[in-house]
Design a protein around this ligand. Structure first.
Ligand SMILES: *Cc1c(COP(=O)(O)O)cnc(C)c1O
Length: 449
């Protein structure tokens, strides 16, 4: 295989005229040629023009704004790969407002330095009904900090049945122990008893960690003491009870997920959760509960490494404000989770009418909340089904289009599930299905009979 020279590729028209810097273009050409060289299956020579065209296209794509907006028609409301909770308009405005210089850590009255949580902290105390609250950059960080700051010196007792693996191969027990906290595994996979926790405390554990089974259910011959029972043991032994809730549901939400308030009322001394799951805010992690424990967390050196940035703080402040004004219906998550099947049916019918396709129909589907919330409880939903012999090609055309839609494939049909689509996006769904690249795919493949 013969490869072109770097300088020749750089001098070819598509690259010579490209707006990227010369250094970036050279880096991209070298990277592309190295990949061609490493690909042993490639025996054909490539032309200078072909390499230049390809590198120029790659550079253009790389320099576009990313991540790009996509319509989430997967039926998974809180899809981690699609950015979890969509922010409320108020939160978006707050993020934009904080992007320049802002009073992040200054008290405007005195001019003195203050805490970056000066505005958000009281809102969270009120919202969670907690003595105090602290904020870090995600739920995993909240768990890590809680264990590092309040479980020393002996570490936490954690039931084997609660050793949850969340997405991408990460395990809660590993995250809890990542700062050196000892994890005392108690009980068996399916059954854990109070005596198991007592034994772990006898063996040196100085905290109990409860982890909400956020993404799976256990059925059959199972036993796990409840938070209230654990609280009795924790109080008697004088150790803190940490509860990792995950979803961050608060009271007044249309789900059966346990809430932060309920965990605190059941006796958890410190609750950790995410900001961008059911709470509906930006990526963040919360620690809420006993003031002395939250103070330990706030002063721990890890707190500095895990602190949230001003954009997340601004978005979360606006989100918490909505709750405290009784306006949580303005949060997209609430609208999506609480939409009735009848409302979804009406939207689906209007969409199919607007499309005017004889082969598009409406399927009753089971959508879900996702994001580690309410496993096993589907949400009845409606999807626009596009039957085709080439579902993967059609789904790809939808993903790569503009508007871009992320659909799912089920039983040979491409499904656009409305449970995860804000109703403002309905017109864009029609436009996405009617764009040339998608229609071409459908015609080429032919609708499945
Ligand atoms: C999602 C989840 C986490 C991690 O939260 P992130 O915000 O994704 O870091 C931890 N514990 C539980 C139980 C969860 O559901």
């Amino acid at each position: 295989m013969k490869l072109p020279r770097v300088d020749d590729v750089l001098a070819a028209p598509p690259l010579a005229a490209h707006h990227a810097t010369y250094k970036f273009k050279k880096w991209a050409v070298q990277r592309h040629l190295a990949a061609l060289r490493a690909d042993r299956s490639n025996t054909e020579s490539v032309t200078t023009a072909a390499v230049a065209r390809c590198v120029a296209d790659t550079l253009t794509e790389m320099l576009q704004v990313h991540p790009q907006p996509r319509i989430n028609a997967t039926g998974v409301v809180l899809h981690t790969n699609l950015g979890r909770a969509p922010l409320a308009a108020e939160a978006v405005a707050a993020v934009v407002a904080a992007a320049g210089a802002c009073d992040l850590e200054i008290d405007p009255r005195s001019g003195q330095r203050s805490s970056r949580l000066q505005w958000l902290r009281p809102l969270l105390q009120a919202l969670f009904g907690a003595e105090d609250a602290h904020v870090v950059n995600n739920g995993a960080a909240a768990l890590l900090l809680a264990c590092a700051a309040v479980a020393s010196p002996g570490g936490v007792a954690l039931a084997r049945g609660q050793m949850v693996e969340i997405g991408d191969g990460f395990r809660v027990a590993d995250m809890a122990g990542a700062a050196g906290t000892t994890i005392h595994a108690v009980g068996s996979t399916n059954r854990t008893h109070l005596a198991d926790y007592e034994a772990a405390l006898d063996a040196g554990a100085t905290a109990i960690l409860w982890v909400h089974l956020s993404n799976f259910v256990q059925l059959g011959f199972v036993h796990q003491p409840g938070l209230r029972e654990l609280k009795v043991v924790a109080a008697r032994r004088g150790v803190p009870l940490i509860a990792d809730l995950g979803s961050g549901a608060v009271e007044g939400m249309a789900t059966d997920e346990p809430t932060i308030q309920a965990y605190l009322a059941a006796g958890a001394d410190l609750v950790t959760c995410s900001g961008d799951k059911l709470l509906g805010g930006p990526q963040a992690g919360f620690l809420a509960g006993r003031a002395d424990l939250v103070a330990h967390c706030r002063r721990h050196p890890l707190a500095r490494a895990l602190r949230p940035d001003k954009l997340a703080i601004a978005g979360m402040h606006a989100t918490a404000s909505l709750y405290l004004q009784g306006e949580q219906t303005k949060l997209p998550v609430h609208a999506l989770v609480s939409a009735t099947p009848q409302a979804l049916q009406a939207r689906a019918e209007a969409l199919v009418d607007a499309l005017g396709w004889s082969h598009a129909c409406i399927h009753t589907t089971e959508a879900c909340i996702g994001g580690g919330a309410a496993p096993g409880t589907g949400l009845e939903s409606r999807a626009i089904a596009v039957p085709t012999t080439e579902p993967h090609a059609v789904a790809q055309a939808l993903r790569c289009g503009n508007p871009s839609v992320i659909a799912r494939i089920h039983a040979g049909a491409v499904l656009l599930d409305l449970r995860s689509v804000p109703c403002e996006s309905d017109a864009a769904i029609v436009a996405a299905l009617q764009q040339g690249s998608v229609v071409d795919r459908l015609t080429a493949a032919g609708p499945r009979s």
